[in-house]
Ligand binder design. Structure first.
Ligand code: PGA
Length: 240
């Protein structure tokens, strides 16, 4: 797992129509993913079943419940996702932490449940702007990780995505040197695949492609644009 590259599309609550999903899929019909790279789409739950084997994508959920079943209106379990061919699940995205008040202990329960259903959790961590300005990002993330990665969690089957909150949807990114330093510091401490996310486009993907210790990218808006997403996949893999 640690030697693979991952390009993960977080579609959030887009696109609005089923037809746009179909157009996206037909764009990719004959596109082969580069060797050694997983291109993973995390669509809204109702769109999961629109994906078939006619493209090279793997699938992920954007969230799952911290319960395995029961009277929990509106929740979707990790096991349900696994039956719709999902192999990954985003957990702890900053939008979930912010808008749905998800704390590290809830996220930890989700990670454990996801792994028990055979899903690979993609644990999202990242600091707010004030923490970045105070140059305390790594300590902040270490705390998020230490409060989540308990002994029940299989550390050989989890991916971490570093997404500074201030970089998401803002057009801002840390510098290449900052991401490089972060990836190295992270790898020195944790032997897990690490991704970067926050305002990634095709140009940023090229810039980050050669960073040692960086296993991939988590992409929001640009991943809903077929042409841009294809460029991101190939620019990051170096096969452009
Ligand atoms: P963005 O979102 O690429 O639109 O900044 C990234 C994310 O929220 O995962």
């Amino acid at each position: 797992m640690i030697d693979r590259k991952y390009i993960i599309a977080n579609w959030k609550m887009y696109p609005i129509t089923v037809n746009e999903v179909r157009d996206f899929l037909s764009f990719f019909t004959d596109v082969k993913c580069p060797q050694g790279l997983d291109a993973i789409i995390c669509p809204p739950f109702p769109y999961l079943s629109l994906f078939d084997q006619s493209n090279c994508f793997k699938l992920g959920g954007q969230n799952c419940s911290d319960k395995d079943k029961g009277a929990f209106t509106g929740e979707v379990s990790a096991f349900m996702l696994s039956q719709l061919r999902a192999q990954f699940v985003l957990l702890g995205h900053s939008e979930r932490r912010m808008h749905y008040h998800e704390a590290n202990d809830t996220i930890k329960r989700k990670v454990v449940l996801a792994q028990s259903c055979g899903l690979t959790p993609v644990l999202c961590v990242g600091e707010p702007i004030e923490v970045y300005q105070e140059k305390k990002s790594f300590a902040y993330i270490q705390q998020q990780l230490s409060e989540t990665l308990s002994s029940e969690i299989d550390l050989t089957k989890i991916i971490v995505a570093y997404e500074p909150i201030w970089a998401i949807g803002s057009g801002l990114t840390p510098t290449k040197e900052e991401i490089k330093a972060f990836a190295k510091a992270f790898k020195d401490e944790y032997d897990l695949p690490i991704l970067y996310g926050g305002s990634v486009n095709a140009e940023v993907a090229s810039m980050l492609a050669a960073i040692e210790n960086l296993n991939g990218l988590l992409i929001g808006w640009a991943s809903t644009q077929p042409d841009e997403f294809k460029k991101i996949i190939f620019n990051f893999s170096g096969n452009n």
